[in-house]
Ligand binder design. Sequence first.
Ligand SMILES: [Zn+2]
Ligand SMILES: [Zn+2]
Length: 111
Amino acid sequence: MYMPDKRTYADRAEYLKKAVTERRRKLRKMVIEYKGGKCKLCGYKRYVGAFDLHHLDESQKEFGLSARGLTRSWEKIKAEADKCVLVCANCHRELHGGIRSFPEKSGSKTR
Ligand SMILES: [Zn+2]
Ligand SMILES: [Zn+2]
């Protein structure tokens, strides 16, 4: 019965890790709902894990919505999300590959 503290600490570390993961998942879901809940290009909406945020203007990009980006406050995440469109991973690759673009040009600049 020695080092009970260590065990408590490990449990707490584990708990915190889970809490962070949980928070990120929740924030991710909030962002996706905030952005309309489906891919702007193809309407895909089956799985939240398949969504990306595409920055309309890459020069304004502050942070992505990767795990790291999701440690920011909701206000910051929202501000960042406002510069983006929600697309699914497939459409996102196609956008960057240049074989796909947005039909309506909200925010697209000459470039
Ligand atoms: Zn799509
Ligand atoms: Zn993109």
